[in-house]
Design a protein around this ligand. Sequence first.
Ligand SMILES: [Mn+2]
Length: 287
Amino acid sequence: MTPNNFLGLEPEHSHYDTSKVVIIPAGFEASTSYQQGTAHGPSAIIKASQQVELYDIELNTHFHTVGVHTLEALHFTKTPASKACEMLHEKTKTILKDHKWPIMLGGEHTISYGLFLALFEKYPNLSIFHIDAHTDMREAYEGNPYSHASILYLMRKKCSKTVSIGIRSMCEEEALYVKRNKVPVYYDYQTRNKSFSPKELFSHLTDQVYLTIDVDGFSPALVPSTGTPEPGGLEFYQSLDILKELFHEKEVVGMDVVEHMPIPHVVYGDFSVAKIIYKCIGYKYFQ
Ligand SMILES: [Mn+2]
């Protein structure tokens, strides 16, 4: 039987003590605005990852040999957002203290704040690379400052070095915020026009980077499984080119993949997300 962890690894390659990578399943869901189901994102990604070949053609290696441990899923039953973030914050502090690389699977984007706090405490010079269809820079959404639509606003209050790509939807309040604060936002149409280079993107970042990926930043043709899909978006190889370069140029000290909402019997989005995470592990340790 396949072990129930990310990539379906035997204990030899998934024991906590010997693993460099730690997967944190954190299916928090509270303020999702349209469809429900992100709570089941982590388990769907983990299940799909067990079907991925462990040999990577591009890097010509079996990169799971770095060790990938999957933690027990964090359980949030009616947990308020601030408390859920605090739980993840504590969990991440331990992982960082043990010198491991955290990859958090959400859950709605709000939960990223717990991971971010732990990373920011350890790396005060942190910057944020943000892939998303939405800027998430509302001061609050429906009166809630812990909404998934406000997460970047919340993070930027502590850490203003951010770059966003894939953006193709925002409200006027966010447009004004971006303009007033000169926030580096690269819109999806600019990606299409190839009007900027990865080097330009990375010029806004410090050496240590936190990567936060809302899966709706990708094309719905690649990842249909998300609560608020937007036409357009990043394609698979285009995303890999950017991520490969990011991992090459910067020290990515932690990452998350959020807002994945599995669709019953339509599993290809689960596979896309699992494969992108898999490629990120390879780019971090083997390029
Ligand atoms: Mn989004």
